[in-house]
Design a protein around this ligand. Structure first.
Ligand SMILES: [Zn+2]
Length: 229
């Protein structure tokens, strides 16, 4: 909501007053901190600049970290001449230190996950690794959105995930049960939907996670859950 006085800044001061001479009357004022006399325009500007700088620094630090994760993953397994395996999509969830990487091979007989497989992981399309404090998931790419969805949700066979390709929608029946924390589960589903945009069928088309049970999250936000997501 914009400030009613200057129409420049967000209204952060909300006042309700009652006219005692007219019973039932109520007047609401929504003002920014400057128009409410709490701060000077300069103070607000300086706060905004400091906030932007901090956000920029966080973005840079995160980009650095992801760079390190990718070099740790790739340089350990590849010499510079090997180009058979390509990273064709990523999704990062800062809140949960989760990083999802789609890998594909340009050659039909090359298994893109082979360099990372450990004993017992043969045939898997989704491999989880801890790298520099991140939960990194290496996922086999597919041109087919349904197969790609199955690869992404391979560790969660009971999730009830499915895609409506025509509508560009991802549904997950047990969207809150994939991880111990329901918010992390929900985030994973959202990032899964963003990864689905990398399949061939819906190239450049948006793919959206359709949450069928938004109420649990609203309840958690209003009650005992985390204050913000
Ligand atoms: Zn104002």
């Amino acid at each position: 909501m914009l400030c009613q006085a200057c129409h420049k800044r967000n209204a952060r001061v909300h006042e309700t007053s009652f006219d005692t001479r007219t019973p039932g009357s109520r007047v609401e004022r929504h003002l920014c901190e400057v128009c409410a006399g709490l701060k000077t325009e300069r103070e607000v500007e300086e706060e905004r600049a400091a906030f932007q700088l901090a956000a920029e620094k966080r973005r840079e630090a995160q980009a650095d970290l992801l760079q390190q994760i990718h070099s740790a993953l790739f340089s350990a397994h590849f010499d510079s001449n090997q180009k058979q395996v390509l990273c064709c999509g990523t999704a990062t969830c800062d809140s949960w230190n989760m990083h999802l990487i789609l890998l594909r091979s340009g050659l039909p007989d090359v298994d893109p996950l082979q360099p990372w497989r450990q004993p017992g992981e043969g045939g898997k399309k989704h491999i989880a690794r801890q790298v520099l404090g991140y939960d990194v998931r290496l996922i086999c790419w597919s041109a087919d959105p349904t197969q790609l969805m199955m690869n992404i949700f391979e560790p969660f066979p009971a999730a009830g995930a499915r895609v409506d390709v025509a509508q560009g929608l991802l549904f997950v029946d047990r969207e809150r049960d994939l991880f111990p924390d329901p918010f992390q589960s929900h985030s994973f589903c959202q990032f899964a939907a963003s990864l689905l945009m990398n399949c061939d069928v819906v190239a450049r088309k948006e793919f959206i996670f359709h949450s069928r049970k938004p109420q649990w999250m609203l309840d958690a936000l209003n009650g005992n859950g985390r204050p913000s997501l």
